[in-house]
Write a protein that binds this ligand. Sequence first.
Ligand code: OOG
Ligand code: NI
Length: 458
Amino acid sequence: MENNHFVSTDEIRTRFSTAMSNMYGQEVPLYRDLLELVADVNAQTLQQNPQLQAQLNESGEILRLNLERHGAIRLGTPAELSGIRRVFAVMGLQPVGYYDLSVAGVPVHATAFRPVDDASLAANPFRVFTSLLRLELIDDEALRSKAAEILEQRSIFSARVLELADKFETEGGLSSEEADEFVTQATDIFRWHNEATVSIETYNQLLDAHRLIADVVCFKGPHINHLTPRTLDIDAAQKEMLNRNIPAKESIEGPPTRRHPILLRQTSFKALEENVTFDSGTEKVIGAHTARFGEIEQRGLALTPKGRALYDQLLLRARESNEQASDSYAERLARAFAEFPDDLATIRKSGLGYFRYSLTQQGRAAIAEQAAHEQDIDAMIEAGLVHAEPIIYEDFLPVSAAGIFQSNLGGDDQKSYQVSAARAAFEEALGAKVNDEFALYEAAQQRSLDQLALQLKK
Ligand code: OOG
Ligand code: NI
């Protein structure tokens, strides 16, 4: 039953992402410069492209354009992960997808907590890439148990935030005042602490095992490590970072520049070095830690398993074909992706991407005049009766995520781990199964087709 005094999970998510943005802007002032840069690039892109402007106006997207699209956190224990799942559920975030980063030398696995239905994604697309440290990947047994012990001692949730999550679960919602209190408490989980919980010796030992292990283990909580606004032109944003002396990572992750963007492209500024106080119990020393940065993303068409397989194959080719040293990575990437069709009709007809189908004005008129009948979807599109709109990719890419991790850990050590994905262990820690991303896109496409079939039968 609808309960009128509850605020929607979408509203709680919006309050939360706003609070996070304000907090992070204060903690990392360079992040505010990044937001300004993205707003400038977006304004300029729209000015140069009236058609895009009209399209974003019509979809209402224009209102949300410069809002954050995602953030990222790194957790230490299964209990933290299952607790976070409960906290995020209050703001309408569900775990989607499993990402194994160990293959790329990062000792974590991850999921994306995100809205799953069309209306919630439209209302506020904020999501959180959430990693769980895989302590079993620390070789040194003594160090491994030490890290586990340190993590056991911290508790990242206040009693009140768990109480409010309980209340949400048992009563089905929160009042506006409770939601505000919840947002304050939830934001606090991700606050930066410039005092480490360990001595500088322990920190350095963990840093040696892997920089990321030190970042997760040595602090009071899982500080937010970046937030990410959405740009309409990531190539322009990357250039502009350099123009403004923002220390950009070397290359953009993901697919190359295309007429019709696919999946996700990302770039970031490198993590800042921040002062941290280390406490051995008898003395305090000031050291530094690098972990927190800012990122920019551009999203495009969601690919089917077939499209994704092609993407993975071409990406691998570009990354491995470095025989001709004179080629830049961007050139190799562009060359490899020449094989990925760049017109929407071919992409659609080859079953490479997901689309949302709807009647055009002409289609609606034809129905009203009873001149339309159910026929082949391609024929209806060609006749101008039906429009196929690309469904936007809402998830992440493991190879890209690894690139983002690597460029922001500071240091250039490359580790490798001889292990496989551990999805079952991750889901056990989470206390739930992760949603299958392809099934969600497939369902969104199918809903539009069902709706269309219904309209054509009338
Ligand atoms: C997460 C890196 C992954 C992305 O956008 O792919 C990520 C992290 O650094 O904790 O955020
Ligand atoms: Ni990110």
